[in-house]
Ligand binder design. Structure first.
Ligand code: SF4
Length: 294
């Protein structure tokens, strides 16, 4: 049995007011599109790497229609080294649909958002909550960890389950207009204080949460594998895209090949996967460019 705990809204909200990071997408006047762009970028990429790219992105393309008018290749160039570049392609497709079908305005309801390219359960709710101040559960890895510890007294959340996770967070949301701030505060707590390794309990507004009160019982089950990057196909894809981003026109196969000399079979595999994903295209004369370049 684990002890069950609560997350007192006033303590959490007071802490959020005092301690939250000044992030540009939280500033007044930042609109739903720009918040949506930040959410695309922040999936799987740390804030510090997103900051300069997001700032330049929204300066250059402040609206869905401005983004839609850019070429896919320019969007991939601007994405830079944020990683997981399929997100850039999906963001471009999302901009095209919003500009064409939604009057250049990001929809405000979760169901419609879920129908847009690249928008999944998390992003739809994050946009509805942070851009439109709706009381919907916003559940990312950080939130799942805080709830597991503070409410259930467990070191880690179990396997994700949208139904269970949404219900758990919905049950915690205040029933007044502070619900969106509570959601943002829960995420912030998981990102900056209740971190995966070495939680900073001395700084935590929740004081002695259920997990801390139980003496930090160890996680059940096998230890989670730490993801590596060096030597993976993902790294090779990144190297090939680096070459293409650095050139304003398509390059020869030989120019691409020097990007990864260690394992030619792996390089071929990475290149074919980029072609299959539509991130790279081959010209009629056999050269390679970013999506759609000729
Ligand atoms: S007391 Fe420690 S473990 Fe509990 S929620 Fe706060 S930071 Fe996390």
């Amino acid at each position: 049995m684990t002890s069950q705990g609560q997350i007192p809204p006033n303590e959490l909200l007071g802490w959020y007011d005092r301690a939250r990071r000044d992030l540009p997408w939280r500033e007044p006047g930042v609109d739903a599109w720009q918040i949506l762009v930040s959410e695309f970028m922040l999936q799987q990429t740390p804030v510090a790497r997103v900051l300069p790219i997001w700032t330049e992105w929204v300066r250059r393309w402040p609206t869905p229609s401005a983004t839609a008018a850019a070429s896919a290749a320019d969007v991939l160039r601007a994405w830079g080294k944020l990683g997981y570049p399929r997100r850039a392609k999906r963001l471009h497709e999302c901009a095209i649909v919003i500009a064409r079908d939604h009057g250049d305005v990001v929809p405000d309801d979760v169901e419609t958002l879920l129908g847009l390219p690249g928008i999944g359960s998390y992003t739809a709710r994050a946009v509805a909550c942070f851009a439109y101040r709706q009381s919907v559960p916003v559940v990312d890895t950080n939130v799942r960890r805080v709830v597991a510890r503070a409410v259930h007294g467990l070191a880690d959340a179990g396997a994700p389950s949208a139904t269970r996770d949404h219900a758990a967070v919905s049950a915690l949301l205040p029933e007044d207009a502070t619900a969106p701030d509570f959601s943002a505060a829960l995420m912030e707590l998981g990102a900056t204080v209740c971190i995966a390794r070495g939680p900073r309990c001395g700084l935590c507004p929740l004081g002695e949460c259920a997990w801390r009160g139980a003496g930090y019982p160890a996680a059940q089950g096998p230890a989670r594998r730490v993801q590596t990057y060096a030597g993976t196909d993902r790294q090779v894809r990144g190297r090939l895209l680096d070459v293409l981003r650095a050139n304003s026109s398509p390059v020869t196969r030989a120019q691409l090949d020097v990007a990864w000399l260690t394992d030619t079979a792996q390089r071929d595999r990475a290149l074919y996967s980029l072609l299959a994903d539509g991130l790279v295209t081959q010209t009629a004369d056999g050269r390679f460019g970013l999506a759609g370049e000729e």
